[in-house]
Design a protein around this ligand. Structure first.
Ligand code: SF4
Ligand code: ZN
Length: 732
């Protein structure tokens, strides 16, 4: 790093550390050193500080340790130049800057000043990023649908350029954080003025108006090694190596740089995140060698994204679809409000359904799109609510009937990826909209067919050779085909729900999460789905056919030597290999005896509540307290990282209604507490399972957050309602 930049960074670091200290001392004076503080929904205290030192900050007073650490990095003779795995003196200054920024944000939270609300813009910035979001995005990050994330600091040259840049990042599904400003102007403001929708669903997340708000993106990235990598806070070498090798983040600094931007950038570089500037920054060492690949400039605005992708080495999977609107996974989360809708179908207002059926090869004409119906011609031209039926016929030598639902489930993703087109639900409960903007850009109903034919074929090249789509617009046709479709849906339900682990010889592995949690393996059987909830046995079976060398491999289950705990010789052999010897065996049906490992993206956590002789279930996204005395985020910290933790286990939510659910530990009757949302999300199936277990009113006996969140109150409640768990043998 050139002398000038290094001194700028060191100057800024000294200044901001001093500023943080003053703010902290003032807050301590006003509120007391014992004031408890934690950022929203995190199990990692002050995450940046915790990741590199392992120190647990719980109060304002504890934050002094973080200040002291930052100061120690800035003394002329630091104990050790620890956080500069690459080059240069400015880098310890970078880490000091990040720690100071973390404290400043925490103090602002204490004072009610974060997240920043901008009344003029009509926007509340995101502020601190929760642990849940990392888990929510987990799979997308590991399977490559989300190739990386960028933190944009500053403002584009003008509003149009800002929009263009944002759209380009969205199309590539790069998660974009926005912060900082250039003389009061910022990319956030530019996008807001142009009416671009900001927020998590569109992958454009405004963190805050200052450069220092970049800390939220960085202390979020610093949690990935702890959440997924099984790395302990304080193991800074491993933490920094992990973020460099596995977290595909980078920064884009738009507009002029000041000292603080250099210092923050130096902090990011410590974590292995390069920066791209759009101004003429000095990136070449005075001696003539390139300083390092970490800082790069690109003066051509049109090439910013391309250059950044090369610089960080991102693998981008792009897809060409012949439709008149933009397209990409980032548009998946976009909503279309009622006022903005041009056409609307389903949603209980009109008849609508979608169906995927397999046909013989000669019956399908590849790429054919047919739109049938006259009744609603006028509405289709002028806008309004219409009925809609979509039948996608697929054919392929390796296609199987069992794959129909797997393919069909992807339809809503395919449709949603078009900008200005939205659809939710599946089967005969779909609800879709085409926006006025998409309509004016030329998107018509037959383009739904284009999306479905193109994407179905490109997503499943190994099993599908031909696709044709028929779209029905007349109600009588739709009702007729819907009846037939319903029969097919019922058959499918029965086929899957009748499948048992005993009825097959082969289970499937999933090692997708190993890119984050290197020793984690999910073993997926008909009665136990993957813990992320995204893959069941049929999905993995299809996925293996589609990609025989991919992350889902068949496991010949072999001899069953314990049918209550769920143990098979073949499975044991497989996991020893797949976990690099870290896991010797596990029980598919137990939380106590060698439970399955957890990566980090589990939908729910099961935990034993010893006082209640039962288990509780909390879902990701629930921020409240639970009877274990821990929140989801704290528990998640102990379960993740590819470890076996008896008494705790991450699971997909549908495992709860499986007949094999904790079979060895007493099954469904062990559930003593579960979140209300979870209860409601599959009430019917849960009630049915409870009846089968001989306790039809079990659901009413299970406590939730409205009943209690403490273990003693829980026991009281269980005694009052005579919960069966109290009568069962000890779970321990
Ligand atoms: Fe990760 Fe398991 Fe889901 Fe596969 S099934 S993506 S390994 S959590
Ligand atoms: Zn995972």
């Amino acid at each position: 790093m050139s002398k000038i930049i290094a001194s700028a960074a060191i100057r800024a670091a000294n200044k901001i550390v001093a500023e943080a200290e003053t703010m902290l001392e003032k807050a301590i004076k006003e509120k007391g050193a014992d004031l408890k503080f934690e950022f929203t929904d995190t199990g990692y205290f002050m995450p940046m500080f915790f990741a590199i030192t392992g120190i647990e900050v719980r109060t304002l007073g504890d934050m002094r340790k973080e200040i002291e650490h930052a100061k120690s990095l800035l003394t002329s003779e630091p104990i050790e130049k620890k956080y500069k795995p690459y080059l240069g003196e400015a880098l310890d200054a970078g880490m000091a800057t990040l720690l100071a920024q973390e404290i400043i944000m925490a103090v602002k939270y204490v004072n009610g000043l974060e997240p920043v609300e901008d009344k003029e813009l009509g926007l509340t910035y995101n502020g601190f990023i929760t642990d849940s979001i990392l888990r929510d995005l987990g799979i997308q990050l590991v399977d490559g649908t989300m190739p990386g994330y960028v933190c944009i600091i500053g403002a584009a040259q003008d509003e149009d350029r800002a929009v263009k840049l944002a759209r380009e990042l969205q199309q590539k599904n790069i998660l974009t954080f926005l912060c900082g400003n250039v003389k009061g102007n910022s990319m956030t403001k530019q996008l807001m003025k142009k009416g671009v929708e900001l927020g998590w669903p569109t992958r454009l997340v405004p963190l805050g108006p200052d450069t220092s708000h970049a800390i939220y993106a960085l202390n979020w990235a610093a949690r990935a090694p702890l959440t997924f990598g099984g790395i302990k806070g304080g193991d800074y070498k491993k933490v920094l190596k992990y973020t460099k090798d596995r977290v595909f983040a980078f920064a884009m600094v738009l507009g002029e740089l000041d000292d603080l931007k250099w210092a923050t950038g130096a902090g990011a570089i410590n974590m292995g995140f390069p920066a791209l500037c759009d101004t003429d920054v000095p990136v070449v060492h005075p001696r003539g060698v390139t300083i390092y690949e970490e800082v790069e400039k690109e003066l051509d605005q049109d090439k910013l994204v391309e250059t950044a992708i090369m610089q960080r080495g991102l693998k981008i999977i792009t897809q060409k679809v012949d439709i008149p609107v933009a397209f990409g996974p980032a548009f998946e989360g976009e909503r279309i409000r009622k006022e903005d809708a041009f056409l609307e179908w389903g949603g209980g207002k009109t008849a609508a359904f979608e169906l995927c059926v397999m046909r013989d090869l000669e019956k399908v004409q590849d790429g054919k799109i047919t739109v049938i119906g006259e009744e609603n011609k006028e509405k289709i031209e002028k806008g309004g609510q219409i009925p809609l039926g979509i039948i996608v016929e697929v054919a392929g030598r390796k296609m199987e009937k069992d794959f129909e639902p797997v393919v069909e489930r992807k339809f809503h993703d395919f449709i949603n990826e078009a900008q200005g087109v939205w659809q939710m639900g599946q089967r005969d409960i779909i609800w879709g909209r085409i926006s006025k903007t998409a309509q004016s850009e030329g998107f018509r109903l037959h383009h739904l067919g284009t999306l479905l034919t193109t994407l179905t074929k490109s997503s499943y090249p190994a099993i599908i050779d031909k696709v044709q789509v028929t779209i029905y617009l007349d109600e009588k046709d739709i009702l007729k085909h819907q009846e037939e479709a319903k029969k097919i849906f019922t058959e499918r339900n029965e086929r899957v729900s009748n499948m048992t682990d005993e009825s097959v010889d082969i289970f499937y592995s999933c090692t997708l999460c190993q890119s984050f949690a290197p020793t984690h393996v999910c073993v997926i059987s008909p009665e136990r789905l993957g813990l992320c909830g995204a893959y069941n046995w049929l999905d993995t079976k299809a996925s293996y056919q589609i990609d025989p060398t991919g992350p889902n491999q068949p496991i010949l289950k072999g001899e069953c030597y314990d049918d209550v705990r769920g143990k098979w010789r073949g499975v044991d052999e497989f996991i020893v290999k797949a976990s690099a010897g870290k896991v010797e065996n596990f029980s598919a049906y137990s939380i106590m005896d060698n439970p399955m490992t957890s990566c980090g993206c589990f939908e729910c956590i099961l935990a034993v509540v010893p006082e209640a002789n039962g288990i509780m279930i909390v879902h990701r996204g629930f921020n409240g307290m639970t009877p274990t005395g821990m929140k989801f985020s704290t528990m998640a910290g102990t379960v993740g990282g590819g470890l076996q933790t008896p008494g705790f286990m991450g699971v997909g939510r549908y495992f709860v209604i499986s007949k094999k659910f904790l079979l060895a530990d007493g099954g469904l009757k062990r559930i003593v507490w579960m979140t209300k949302d979870l209860k409601n999300s599959f009430k019917e199936q849960l009630t049915k399972r409870a009846e089968e277990e001989g306790v039809p009113d079990l659901l009413d006996k299970i406590a939730d957050e409205d009943v209690c969140t403490e273990s003693d109150k829980l026991v009281e409640h269980l005694q009052k309602v005579k919960h069966p768990a109290l009568e069962m043998p000890s779970i321990l």
